[in-house]
Design a protein around this ligand. Structure first.
Ligand SMILES: C[S@@+](CC[C@H](N)C(=O)[O-])C[C@H]1O[C@@H](n2cnc3c(N)ncnc32)[C@H](O)[C@@H]1O
Length: 394
């Protein structure tokens, strides 16, 4: 016979849990006639252990007891069995996926497979990832970071800590924004604008001073949106700029909601072509899409640059390929230009400062080294690639 402490240890539960099981009638230990203490027999423990296993299989306590008493209807058992088998299959798939992310199988081939799947059918890819238990934000952040899928949460946290304090989360240029807005504002000017993947909202804030439109700023990173929210409130823009946590894959707006969609450094998260296709119905007739997209500028590419982008964005297009894809989707190209080099230098100077600050705080970290590497790649090979900025019209 076992005391309550011994029984709890044998079953791997706490004393209070055992008392709870007694209270709800799962077990009725004998009492020591001398001192009234509870005494558990070997059979009690086996009974309880069986109940716990059945509970873990998803049965209610009542069903567990019925099952041990041979009174559980066969249909209930079959249904539970099917549910357990489904869960098991999901777990096995999740295990395989984690293997690929963890680096155990995370080789070049696996990454290419993921990228091809994403490019071919972005919806199916996201659905598949969510079935594996990854939130959309997790998977997309991984893509956005252009990193292997074997990075951990600390990496992500540090990355976001770096970006949230930056002026912008991707390279851009205020004068270019002004020039594009001038083109868009001829005539009546846009009344409704969507800033897709707004980050901390640099474009939304600039644009709010360049026209009177209502601006919806959408991103799926709450950390960035909190910062934008604070700026919107402090600048008294809350009646003009709505901050929305949502997905660019399934934008939460009806068709024909906007006169202008602004996408700086965000279309590539879906793949350029998929993004242009998916967002087109959101535009009103004659609506505009401004998009900046990383493209190859030359066919004379250095091996190192090719290798870098092969890992980060294998489906990266040339400028003429991107334009051809936009036209094939029915967009008219209103203007095209490369983001000026000064904008990249400005962005990377800001990033360099943040790296230095965070390195002083946390020491050398992989996320920071990767960012340094990105800067270095741009400084050495920035003539070969960069942002193509397109103003398109439907
Ligand atoms: C390169 S940053 C550009 C941010 C901003 N447009 C700028 O230029 O500063 C890409 C942004 O897309 C956001 N993002 C990533 N996946 C997203 C998704 N599925 N839906 C909405 N936003 C997303 C990221 O959180 C990030 O803020």
């Amino acid at each position: 016979m076992y005391s309550i402490t011994e029984a709890a240890t044998r079953l791997g539960v706490s004393r209070s849990t055992l008392l709870y099981y007694e209270r709800i009638g799962l077990i009725k230990p004998m009492r020591d006639p001398g001192n009234g203490y509870r005494r558990f027999s070997e059979v009690d423990l086996q009974h309880l252990s069986a109940l716990l296993q059945l509970k873990a299989a998803g049965l209610s306590w009542q069903e567990c007891q019925q099952c041990l008493a041979g009174q559980l209807p066969a249909a209930t058992l079959d249904a539970r069995l099917a549910a357990v088998e489904t869960r098991l299959r999901e777990l096995l798939r999740a295990r395989d996926l984690l293997h690929t992310f963890s680096g155990a199988n995370g080789n070049e081939q696996t990454r290419v497979w993921h990228d091809e799947f994403l490019q071919r059918s972005p919806r199916a890819y996201r659905h598949w990832l969510s079935e594996q238990g990854f939130s959309e934000q997790e998977t997309l952040q991984i893509q956005w970071l252009s990193k292997d899928m074997n990075e951990n949460q600390d990496y992500m946290r540090l990355f976001l800590e770096l970006f949230v304090e930056m002026e912008r989360q991707g390279p851009g240029d205020e004068q270019l924004t002004q020039a594009v807005m001038q083109q868009v504002c001829t005539g009546r000017g846009p009344e409704k604008i969507l800033d897709m993947g707004c980050g901390t909202g640099i474009a939304s804030l600039l644009i709010s001073h360049l026209c009177n439109a209502q601006i919806s700023a959408l991103d799926n990173c709450q950390l960035f949106l909190d910062r934008l929210d604070a700026t919107v409130m402090s600048e008294g823009l809350d009646d003009r700029v709505s901050v929305i946590n949502g997905s660019m894959f399934e934008p939460p707006f009806p068709d024909h909601s906007f006169d202008l969609i602004w996408s700086e450094g965000s279309a590539y998260l879906m793949g350029f072509e998929s993004a242009l296709k998916r967002w087109q119905p959101l535009l009103n007739a004659q609506g505009y899409l401004f998009v900046s997209e990383m493209c190859w500028f030359t066919d004379q590419r250095s091996g190192e640059a090719v290798e870098y982008w092969q890992a980060g964005y294998p489906s990266m297009l040339t400028e003429s390929e991107a334009i051809a894809k936009a036209q094939a989707l029915g967009y008219q190209v209103v203007s095209q230009q490369r983001l000026p080099k000064a904008a990249w230098e400005h962005f990377y100077a800001d990033m360099q400062d943040r790296i230095d600050q965070l390195e002083a705080k946390y020491g050398e970290q992989r996320a920071l080294t990767d960012c340094r590497h990105e800067i270095d790649m741009y400084r050495r090979f920035g003539d070969e690639f960069g942002y193509l900025c397109l103003l398109l019209r439907v």
